[in-house]
Design a protein around this ligand. Structure first.
Ligand code: ZN
Ligand code: ZN
Length: 273
């Protein structure tokens, strides 16, 4: 299975996953044109995308869904609540497939398992995506207010994680946001801080975890080096030797080959024990 984060942050989120030349997007929070351009830099044709799984209605996750669905006939996978909350983006001509949290479904040969998160949206979900042939399981968890037992359970045993590290607590306190916005971001229905992400990543650590990409970093209240350092420190002391990257707002990550990454990490062997 291959994965690239096309971009991540409060101005847009989209993640590409695929196997055997078949692709899906989880969220399309950039304009249709931006998504096309970012796919192009990775040599992935937009008409190779067989579905867009929408995690919740916030515009940084949905900006391009209507255009991409209409222009390329890409089906949108949404919960009924998210579909309703996205009505302003849809014209009724799109192909929409409704899914329910807790029930997995297949798109482009991949199995998507959605589960509810705690976030200030109608029906917010995070997902795991599994490639049946390669056996890789990826957890995509952004816009997590707080990691509940259910979220922990759903994300266990992933071989790769894209995990929110939204803000540094001190930068949030000293940043430009008014107290009400600060409180919303830091609340249990807002976003994970670097330290909360570090703690959560430690809880999810297991020998088969080959890599983590930190995502949804706040432009104002975080720094990529800072997020990486906080999480790297927490994971290194817990024995993690895998890949740790940071997704940027303005450019895609490399298209990562998870099967290769897992074997480079030796995690395939370790999972046998
Ligand atoms: Zn959100
Ligand atoms: Zn978001």
């Amino acid at each position: 299975m291959k994965l690239a984060v096309l971009g991540s942050g409060s101005r847009g989120n989209a993640t590409l996953l695929g196997s055997g030349g078949r692709w899906i997007l989880v969220d399309a929070g950039f304009s249709g044109k931006q998504v096309e351009e970012r796919l192009d830099t990775l040599d992935v044709p937009v008409n190779g995308v067989e579905g867009i799984v929408v995690t919740h209605e916030h515009v940084d996750h949905t900006r391009g869904i209507g255009v991409l669905a209409r222009r390329y006939g890409i089906p949108l996978y949404m919960t009924p609540g998210t579909r309703e909350a996205c009505a302003h983006l849809l014209k009724g001509t799109e192909s929409v497939v409704e899914y329910r949290p807790g029930r997995s479904f297949r798109v482009a040969g991949l199995t998507v398992a959605p589960f509810l998160t705690v976030h200030d949206a109608v029906d917010p979900v995070a997902v795991t995506v599994s490639g049946p042939e390669c056996g890789s399981r990826v957890g995509l968890a952004m816009d997590l207010g707080r990691p509940t037992a259910q979220i922990r359970h759903s994300l266990r045993d992933c071989h790769f994680l894209v995990l929110e590290a939204n803000h540094d607590e001190r930068l949030l306190r000293e940043g430009p946001y008014p107290p009400t916005v600060q409180a919303r971001i830091a609340s249990s229905h807002g976003h994970l801080s670097n330290h909360a992400a570090a703690q959560f990543a430690r809880e999810l650590l297991h020998p088969g975890l080959a890599g983590i990409i930190l995502a949804h970093l706040s432009q104002e209240c975080n720094r990529p080096e800072l997020a990486r350092r906080v999480i790297r420190d927490a994971l290194t002391t817990a024995g993690f030797r895998g890949y740790l990257g940071v997704a940027r707002q303005d450019q895609p990550t490399d298209l990562m080959d998870l099967t290769r990454l897992r074997s480079a990490n030796g995690s395939d062997q370790l999972t046998l024990f």
